[in-house]
Design a protein around this ligand. Structure first.
Ligand code: URA
Length: 258
């Protein structure tokens, strides 16, 4: 009799489209994954398709048709899939979709704008991987008159507590004594990165909006709305991420810590 093919638990979870492999590892460590009724917290367990995997009480089904959406996240909504305090999450907007989606990346609760949600493990993995980061454009509104010399500094890279930021592009959209608006395009994805970059220059960001991810803009969407990405768009994003990955564009702060 042919032996059942076994794969590592985190790989199977990602293959089933639940989340990226790295997120699956986090969930295992957090004790949220059960295999055949038993909680597994050790990495590397081998499972077969016959094994019954549960995450947070939800039974993983066979792989669903891959679906990816571009969502216009409103303010005040969490971009996590789980919230143990019952706050509103981006998944609340997708209740009518009969599939299990997962946000590919994060926006702060008070940040608005473009976010991809998907059940495609490969896409999620590629978007969130540090060496395959897509360009993301933000519009930051801050108090005070943002100077041209600060724009140059921002573009060159700034020293933050977790290392230097990579060079980026910036454009001043509005500038007066009361407030300024700056468009910034980065390809890293550190926690609260944009706010921390402006903070390092002495500006407090009052409002942050992500206007695009790669070539995907929010055109045609209102806050709280989403649209299905076409197969061509998904393939193009994957190609962009893979191209960056192949060039091994690892941000400086990640290189140093390894
Ligand atoms: N940078 C931030 O500071 N916040 C976000 O939500 C996204 C990028």
């Amino acid at each position: 009799m042919e032996e059942e093919k076994k794969e590592r638990l985190q790989k199977v979870i990602a293959q089933k489209g639940f989340c990226s492999r790295r997120k699956a590892e986090e969930l295992i460590e957090q004790g949220k994954v059960k295999v055949n009724g038993d909680i597994v917290t050790k990495m590397g367990m081998l499972v077969s398709l016959k094994d019954c995997i549960e995450i947070d009480g939800v039974l993983l089904k066979e792989k669903e048709v891959p679906c990816s959406f571009l969502f216009y996240k409103p303010k005040g909504v969490l971009s996590t899939a789980f919230d143990d305090r019952g706050r509103k999450t981006v998944l609340d907007y997708f209740r009518e979709e009969p599939i299990r989606l997962y946000p590919a990346g994060r926006l702060d609760q008070d940040t608005t704008g473009a976010l991809i949600l998907t059940n495609d493990g490969e896409l999620s993995e590629l978007i969130t991987h540090p060496s395959s980061h897509l360009e993301k454009t933000y519009i930051a509104t801050m108090k005070g008159n943002f100077s041209h010399s600060d724009k140059i500094q921002l573009e060159k890279g700034l020293l933050l507590e977790d290392g230097r930021t990579s060079p980026c592009k910036a454009k001043i959209l509005e500038q007066n004594e009361r407030q300024s608006k700056v468009e910034i395009t980065i390809h890293e994805g550190r926690k609260r990165q944009v706010k921390r970059m402006f903070d390092a220059l002495g500006y407090k960001v009052m409002d942050l909006h992500r206007s695009s991810i790669g070539f995907l803009t929010l055109q045609g969407l209102k806050e709280g709305e989403y649209r299905l990405l076409t197969n061509e768009e998904v393939s193009k994003i994957k190609e962009l991420c893979k191209a960056r990955k192949a060039k091994n564009v690892i941000p400086e702060y990640r290189r140093k810590s390894k």
